[in-house]
Design a binder for this molecule. Sequence first.
Ligand code: FES
Length: 394
Amino acid sequence: MSVQVNNGVSTSATQTTPLWLLAEVTYRCPLHCAFCYNPTDYDKHTQNELTTEQWIQTLRDARKLGAIQLGISGGEPLLRDDIEEIVIEAKKLGYYSNLITSGVGLTEQRIQAFKAGGLDHIQLSMHDVTEDINNFITNTKTFQLKQKVAAMIKAHGYPMVLNVVIHRFNIDHMKQILEMAEAIGADYIELANNQYYGWSLVNRSQLMPTREQLERAEAITNEFRATNPHVKALYVVPDYFNDRPKKCMNGWGEVFMIVTANGDVLPCHSARVLPNMQFPNVKDADLGWTWKDSPAFNQYRGTGWMKEPCRSCEEKEKDLAGCRCQSFLLAGDAEAADPVCTKSPHRHLVDEAIENAKNPQLQAQPILFRNDKNSKRLIAGELKELTDKFHALP
Ligand code: FES
């Protein structure tokens, strides 16, 4: 066993298991959602996707490490025509598999193949009860299609699981969204208040609701829960509006392993925004080494890497200092306390963002939709005024 010490965590000493494997099988997507959490530079990774064989090997290797939950996500995973093969392999290996989809590309033939292949779960994204907002925020005409796909999922005996990202454009429709979920027979609806990473950070001023809107939406959800206990409604409060940060990903390198379209292995969706970090790739690194011993996965494990005020904080084990990516994106320092925390010297950045949510001039700025052209522009360093404004860089 190695005794090398990496930020307070001995390599090879981790007792953690990557219970969740999220396979982001492609960054291609027919939708262009303004709040997408995919990296804004995703266009770099669209030409070198893993092959079917590489995905199957990754599933096998992760299963050996103890992974049991498999999310098949993207982009839109159904843009690949090998999801059926991946599902069959997942079943063989004993995974509980979940397809996370916009519904575009889900045909009768494919859903039958998924059912026969042993896919356990389908999570469908919905965007609003109105066609206008659905089509606006996704920058596509997908409203009718989503209604049809929801019916198809139900007809095939899958639990009906909806995910709705909540933002300024749909938050005042909470009651109607919940009624829609009930009407289409949803078993479960996740009301995921927008968190600000990737494209949603670029569009934060336009997407962020006010505190009053959030409180109203939560009250409506609670009322709905009381009268409709058969639809499980999960309301995820955005961390900007809390005074303590979330334990992001349940801890860096604790239970989540994300393999991106091109094979990079990450502890969280946005980790590649962090500077000076090298994430291993399944094409050339052993997955067991990646999880247990790689510098990247050990960088923020545990508490040994923390600085003040986290180091001496009595709550540090509870939230593990929040989110490394949020600290970097807002404070310019991945090791700083998450600026969401009221003990952080950068909390004012979050308060300013909340204040800005009331500013009609900022809200009226044009939205930057997630598409290849805009991704290329951001990679080329254009639109700096949109990205630089979030950082309080020294
Ligand atoms: Fe990367 Fe939170 S999203 S640590």
